[in-house]
Design a protein around this ligand. Structure first.
Ligand SMILES: O=C(O)C[C@@H](Cc1ccccc1)C(=O)SCC(=O)c1ccccc1
Ligand SMILES: [Zn+2]
Length: 169
């Protein structure tokens, strides 16, 4: 199913997700719906928090032909190296793009969709995306790296957009 993506400044985006313990059907269906929702947006990542599911997992596919779907459950970034700045988007901030500095190489440990542990050492776009999604499940948003002035401008712009949308409904 296509799920509704929460939009800033929705306070539920600030929720700290809980670790996943049950890998049964409900989780499997949630994972499939998150891929469907991500591809439809379109996006290259989607965290459970963004669709109001407060469990520690996210999905990513940075390929341009939907050929590399990745699931990270109970992820831990165990190493960060270097710094790189990248223009990021966020599906919870439609139309907003901002430059964010993040580590440009990371080692991440997580469980796959069947609960099997894996480790990944990666860089560039995938590393940036993993850090962006990992922030989401901790209730952190990419605007938190910007100045309060910029963050407030973005909040005002999105609130105006949301008011307009609700008028047309
Ligand atoms: O809100 C999200 O987590 C999704 C976000 C992930 C992300 C993008 C760029 C840098 C870091 C993290 C997005 O996918 S925004 C949309 C986007 O970047 C994109 C959409 C279509 C094709 C390529 C990129
Ligand atoms: Zn995001």
């Amino acid at each position: 199913a296509i799920l509704e993506i929460l939009e800033f400044p929705d306070p539920r985006l600030r929720t700290k997700a809980k670790p996943v313990t049950d890998f049964g059907d409900e989780l499997q269906q949630q994972i499939d719906s998150m891929f469907e929702t991500m591809y439809a947006a379109p996006g290259i990542g989607l965290a459970a928090t963004q669709v109001n599911i407060h469990k520690q997992f996210f999905v990513i596919d940075v390929s341009d032909d939907k050929s590399e779907p990745l699931v990270f459950i109970n992820p831990q970034i165990v190493e960060k190296r270097g710094v790189e700045e990248m223009e990021e988007g966020c599906l919870s901030f439609p139309g907003v793009y901002a430059k964010v500095q993040r580590a440009n190489e990371i080692v991440v440990k997580a469980l796959d969709r069947h609960g099997k542990p894996f480790e990944m050492d990666t860089g560039e776009l995938l590393a940036v995306c993993i850090q962006h999604e990992n922030d989401h499940i901790e209730g952190k948003l990419f605007v938190d790296y910007l100045s309060p002035l910029k963050r407030n401008r973005i909040r005002k712009m999105l609130e105006k957009q949301q008011n307009n949308n609700s008028k047309h409904l």
